[in-house]
Design a protein around this ligand. Structure first.
Ligand SMILES: Nc1ncnc2c1ncn2[C@@H]1O[C@H](COP(=O)(O)OP(=O)(O)O)[C@@H](O)[C@H]1O
Ligand SMILES: [Mg+2]
Length: 243
């Protein structure tokens, strides 16, 4: 699991963006962060992957502090961000693209081959299209292959920032299946999603952020059913009382 404790993060010399963020992304569950634009959702993921160094507070992977460690070390410890858009090499085959996920461990050939076989079983698309160029895949299929590639590193935690951005409904559905498959393989998922209904339907747990703080944490389905949240996210104009 990943725990954020009183996390304070900002960019350069500017003021704090995250102003004391506290929550836990539970082990082997899907946690979705929602909230308005500029709330600091992506900033949480950047602090988690090591792109931003905490000014105060902690990011814990299990009991181990990873906040402020170099991105490459955080990756080696098992926290992997699946990149969105143009993540694949179009002229390479699906198999080659997936195998590139193990590039940092490329000397472990037998282990990587075995891992590839496991992944091809998990994502039948990979097995079916192994020799086809990535360029021949649809948008949703490419996203699936990006997930398959991330799994080559046997991640403990996968981070996703707005994975449905630019996807049509069919591709979004494929994406949801990919995330569920990842999670069934025991991976902890921490995601940000601007499509609140989609994100909360997929997730087990929800975190609502606003203004660099956590407003609410709880079960995703409960939040989805909460009339106040429905008003906040689906339909009602921006709240006037917020200041
Ligand atoms: N690279 C950056 N440099 C300076 N400020 C940034 C940078 N990225 C984001 N911010 C600011 O941090 C705040 C939170 O951004 P972000 O975490 O991207 O929000 P969200 O993902 O919730 O939309 C915003 O006010 C944004 O302007
Ligand atoms: Mg964002």
């Amino acid at each position: 699991m990943i725990t954020f404790k009183d996390l304070v993060v900002g960019y350069g010399r500017a003021g704090d963006i995250l102003r004391g963020v506290d929550f836990t992304a539970a082990e082997s569950a899907i946690t979705c962060i929602v909230g308005p634009n500029g709330a600091g959702k992506s900033t949480v993921l950047k602090a988690c992957s090591g792109l931003l160094r905490p000014r105060a507070g902690q990011v814990l992977l299990g009991d181990e502090e990873i906040g402020g460690r170099p991105p490459a070390e955080i990756l080696r410890r098992g926290v992997v961000q699946v990149p969105q858009h143009h993540g694949l090499f179009p002229s390479l085959s699906v198999r080659e693209n997936v195998m590139l996920g193990a590039y940092v461990n490329r000397k472990e050939r037998a282990r990587n081959r075995q891992r590839y076989e496991e992944i091809a079983e998990l994502y039948p698309l990979v097995a079916e299209r192994a020799d086809d160029k990535a360029a021949s895949l649809s948008g949703g299929q490419r996203r699936t292959v990006e997930f398959a590639r991330a799994l080559m590193l046997r991640p403990k935690v996968v981070l996703l920032d707005e994975p449905t951005l630019g996807l049509d409904p069919k591709a979004s559905k494929q994406l949801a299946a990919s995330v569920t498959t990842l999670n069934k393989a025991g991976v902890t998922v921490l995601m940000v999603e601007q499509n609140v209904r989609f994100g909360l339907t997929l997730a087990d747990h929800a975190v609502v952020m606003e203004g660099g703080r956590v407003l609410h944490t709880g079960a995703a389905d409960a939040l989805l059913a909460d009339p106040h949240m429905a008003q906040l996210f689906f339909g009602a104009p921006p709240r006037q009382e917020a200041s």
